[in-house]
Design a binder for this molecule. Structure first.
Ligand code: FDA
Length: 538
């Protein structure tokens, strides 16, 4: 249902809304507010719209947050103009409706489309333009664009520049950059957010601000302080990074029988310190290696999957590997040479081919399952005995698919100060771990959630401490939350999870939040809390 300025259907819609319950009259006022505040027609879906469910489900990635028992928004707004986002913010504020902003919908805890209070989803899926300025090595990218769309459009303009975005093409730029964002060029160019030079944001007052008008504190906070706290970022100006004409990818699977334990153990000493043009990630997996992160088939086994991108030719890569990681036994025949944009299609195709760039534009979910994710950072290499304990847990009874994704940092990450952006885990945090467990049936929820908590507990002695650090883009409500309605608990309680995600930067994030959104319009269970509610009349 489209509700525009010439409301042909508007009256009948309102009448039907009035009939369906207690929210009717408030919803009527809200819809009226939207229409009188936006200059163009706004796509707006209510629960009585025939396409409401398909619009809501379009980018839901975790089926744990789908289904009849999950709270639904009273309306979904799909703006195509900044003014419509401004109107939506003003009207949600006026009508005391919580906002959930969604770009790509990959939030691990569903925070972009679920709330426990009456709420509206502002879905940026139609704000997805990518405008590349090759002469100045920059691109303006709207938040609703996927990473795949960005790579694809960069590739159309030039093979000399890339962007250090993530591995999975369907992830939205909006959420990715809001949480920092790592990818396969993280060791050479840092996080995605390290390469953002301007942004357009709608603040809690509905104002449209750029870097100059928002000021450096807010511009700092939105590049890694986590989505849904400071406003709605409509677009990001990216600094493109140089890439060589030929890059090299490889993917190598080693089962337990092929010394996977020794290889993963050795990898920890190599991957974070090797040539910074080389990224070698590892997926440690039990049962079916479905490559949840990527597309592709499965393998019923326990083992380690090494996947890599090298910014150079295979003939340069092989001597580096022979010197630093001969145990893997990499041969030139195992390598795939392409240009950079093709290399982004290779993992997207499940490491099958780099020839089909269309895979970058495919927004279909890779997994229709339910999942839970947690994160950690390894500061000292884990012993082989400790790795054995991980393998044991990977085939626990009744647990479907498990993957531990190990990401090497080092390189450029060590050169960027922990306070440069809200993402503090750089020097001293050489390896990030993501724990993923996926399953099919709602009846298996509890078993898998408990499994993830048990593994997390097992890992405690082997990972960072005081605080035990976590990655905000791997949202995990187990580590602490605000109240259900997003209002802050106490600063001390918020610090428990805040310090894990943001370390020394948490306090500055709270100060920025207090300055730009003191009434806490943008809030969810893990949004940055303001210091205190402002006093009326000073
Ligand atoms: P979504 O739309 O759900 O938003 C995530 C959060 O940001 C929500 O709180 C939302 O409200 C907020 N938000 C979204 N758009 C916003 C905007 N425009 N302004 C303000 N707030 C906004 N991460 C990584 O760093 N590297 C990787 O390689 C991967 N790979 C990966 C693969 C898969 C399969 C998944 C499911 C996830 C990842 N991630 C990842 C994690 C990913 O970066 C993280 O979930 C992002 O927040 C997802 O961004 P989306 O826009 O897709 O999510």
């Amino acid at each position: 249902m489209e509700i525009g300025r010439n409301y042909v259907n508007f009256i009948s819609v309102l009448v039907s809304l009035l009939l369906w319950g207690c929210w009717g009259s408030n919803l009527e006022d809200f819809l009226h507010c939207i229409s009188s505040n936006s200059s163009n027609s706004t796509l707006l879906y209510t629960q009585s719209s025939s396409s409401y469910s398909s619009v809501l489900n379009f980018t839901i990635r975790n089926l744990r947050f789908s289904g009849p028992n999950v709270p639904k928004p009273i309306a979904i707004i799909k703006p195509s103009q900044p003014s419509q986002v401004q109107a939506a913010v003003i009207c949600c504020n006026n009508h005391d409706l919580r906002i959930r902003v969604r770009s790509g919908g990959h939030d691990f805890e569903g925070l972009s489309y679920v709330a426990n209070v009456t709420f509206v989803v502002i879905d940026l899926v139609n704000l997805n333009s990518v405008t590349v300025d090759i002469e100045n090595n920059t691109a303006w990218v709207q938040s609703g664009a996927t990473q795949g769309e960005v790579y694809y459009k960069l590739g159309l303009k030039s093979s000399a520049f890339g962007f250090p975005g993530g591995v999975q093409p369907t992830v939205g730029i909006g959420g990715f950059l809001s949480g920092g964002g790592y990818g396969m060029m993280v060791r050479k160019y840092g996080l995605g957010a390290d390469n953002v030079v301007d942004a357009l944001l709608v603040d809690a007052n509905g104002r449209l601000l750029d870097r100059d008008s928002m000021g450096e504190d807010l511009f700092w906070a939105i590049r890694g302080g986590g989505g849904g706290s400071f406003g709605i970022v409509l677009a990001w100006k990216l600094k493109l990074v140089p890439v060589p004409p030929t890059v090299t990818s490889f993917a190598a699977y080693r089962s337990l029988d092929q010394n996977a334990t020794d290889l993963v153990h050795r990898w920890q000493f190599v991957a974070p310190v090797i040539d910074e043009r080389l990224f070698i990630g590892v997926i440690v997996s039990g049962l079916i290696l479905i490559l949840f992160f990527f597309r592709g088939g499965g393998r019923r086994t326990k083992g380690a999957f090494f996947y890599s991108l090298f910014l150079g030719k295979a003939e340069e890569l092989i001597p580096i590997m022979e010197k630093s990681f001969p145990e893997l036994g990499l041969k030139k025949a195992d390598c795939l040479e392409t240009n950079w944009v093709e290399s982004t299609a290779y993992p997207a195709s499940g490491f099958v081919t780099a020839n089909d760039l269309n895979v970058l534009l495919d927004r279909d979910p890779l997994s229709s399952g339910r999942f839970k994710t947690k994160s950690d950072y390894i500061t000292e290499p884990i012993s082989e005995a400790a790795l054995d304990g991980i393998w044991e847990r990977l085939d626990a009874d009744g647990i479907e698919t498990v993957q531990l994704v190990l990401i090497p940092y080092g390189g450029k990450m060590n050169e960027i100060a922990e306070t440069e952006l809200p993402s503090p885990h750089r020097d001293g945090y050489p390896i990030k771990i993501g724990y993923y467990v996926t399953w099919e049936s709602p009846e298996a929820d509890m078993r898998h959630l408990e499994w993830s908590r048990e593994v997390y507990e097992y890992m405690a002695p082997f990972v960072s401490k005081s605080p035990r650090a976590a990655y905000v883009n791997y949202r995990d409500l187990d580590i602490g939350t605000n109240n259900e309605d997003g209002t802050p608990t106490s600063f001390e309680e918020a610090s428990v999870w805040g310090l894990k995600y943001f370390g020394v930067n948490f306090e500055r994030l709270v100060r920025v939040k207090t300055m730009v959104d003191p009434c806490n319009l943008f809030r969810h269970q893990q949004s940055i809390p303001p210091m205190a509610q402002p006093k009326i009349n000073g």
